[in-house]
Structure formats: structure tokens, C-alpha cells
Ligand binder design. Structure first.
Ligand SMILES: [Zn+2]
Length: 42
């Protein structure tokens, strides 16, 4: 594991794990792709 386990890696909306690829692209991502998409559209 590169990152400490903690706040990162888990969607703040639905609690699902955030894909590692997504975190590679955006390490600050706090929501899974599904929820982030819903948020950015809102
Ligand atoms: Zn989510």
C-alpha cells in the first residue's frame, strides 16, 4: 500500500471503495466515480 489507510479510498457518499486508478488520476478524490459524476452534474 502506498497510502495510509484512512479517509482515502472510500466514497464519502455511498461508502464504496474508490477505484485505485481513480485515485491515481485524482488523489484528492473523496467519492467514487459514480457519486462524483452525480455531484459534478448537480
Ligand atoms: Zn459513491
Amino acid at each position: 500500500m502506498r497510502m495510509d489507510e484512512g479517509e482515502f479510498g472510500w466514497c464519502g457518499e455511498c461508502g464504496e471503495a474508490i477505484a485505485e486508478k481513480r485515485l491515481d488520476i485524482d488523489p484528492t478524490a473523496t467519492h467514487c466515480a459514480s457519486c462524483a459524476g452525480a455531484i459534478s452534474r448537480a
